[in-house]
Design a protein around this ligand. Sequence first.
Ligand SMILES: Nc1ncnc2c1ncn2[C@@H]1O[C@H](COP(=O)(O)OP(=O)(O)O)[C@@H](O)[C@H]1O
Ligand SMILES: [Mg+2]
Length: 338
Amino acid sequence: MNDAPIISVEGLQKHFVLKAANPFTGRGAVHLHAVDGVTLDIRPGEAVGLVGESGCGKSTLARVLCRLLDSSGGRMEIDGKDVSDLAASKFAKSELRSDIQMVFQDPTESLNPLFNVFDLIADPLRQLMPQKSRDALREKVEAAAASVNLPLEFLTRFPHQLSGGQKARVGIARAMAVNPRLLVLDEPTSALDVSVQATVLQLLDNLRRDKGVALLFVSHDLNVVRLLCSRIVVMYLGKVVESGPTEALFHTPHHPYTQALLSAIPTLKEGARVERIKLDGDPQSPIGTTGHKCRLAGRCPVERARCTQGEPELVDDENVRQVRCYFPLEDQRNASGP
Ligand SMILES: Nc1ncnc2c1ncn2[C@@H]1O[C@H](COP(=O)(O)OP(=O)(O)O)[C@@H](O)[C@H]1O
Ligand SMILES: [Mg+2]
């Protein structure tokens, strides 16, 4: 079986220019470092959760991975092909486009209200495979609808005639229609009721098992990610601060930021006293120079002098877990059990 990564990025960056440089002096530019050196592989059939608080760069990373946005630096390979310098506009027309598909956060906003369900699902197929005959197109659309358990009579309906859960399924069917190898889902269930959320999660898990599609599931809800994903990547201010197998990371979070995130989940450890770890202070600004100190400095409960003297590297623990902290595992007040 081919287990080579579908997508592999190293030192990936996305900086937004908030203010352009003075054309005469070349100085004065203001950059926001939304994604600031992310290294990540996703392999076939894997479900990876990407978590972190609002504004840490999850959506920007998701869009750069789907090449909907150009990166500002770093290396990126899709299917072993270097696409680091391939502009988003060129990528949209390349044959690699169908490998990676994005499902957006709010289906109400991302589905064109003027299209019926058939045309919504057919749209990416028409763009990527314009040579398809009408019958072949219909066959693909119907198969995509079936893969998300959407009855065929829904194909003639419009978005306003659908429930939230049905719209979410149309969003997934649209992405699945071109047979992607990786679905990037940006908070796909955050607009849904809890019960509907569960059916959509089940559906995604079935798609992964049955069709072998890998998932990158972006969420700020750790409980949701835990249900679906076997590996978790934690982001803070544009960087990965920790990653590892879901259960290991939940059981023994190494990074103080992950510890704080997990301690905020009320029902995490039944019967155990979970002490809430509060991060005081304000996050550092993503604007301007970064990299001269740990990003959590100023908020970190285990901070020491070294943390403000340079930024820790992401340290690999036998290729299983990674952590970016000088003093990992320092705060184990909450670790219980074996
Ligand atoms: N188009 C943009 N222009 C400027 N700044 C942006 C843009 N998109 C996102 N940002 C900024 O990038 C950072 C990361 O945002 P985002 O990726 O949306 O985070 P998340 O999805 O984790 O909430 C935030 O500081 C946000 O304000
Ligand atoms: Mg977001």
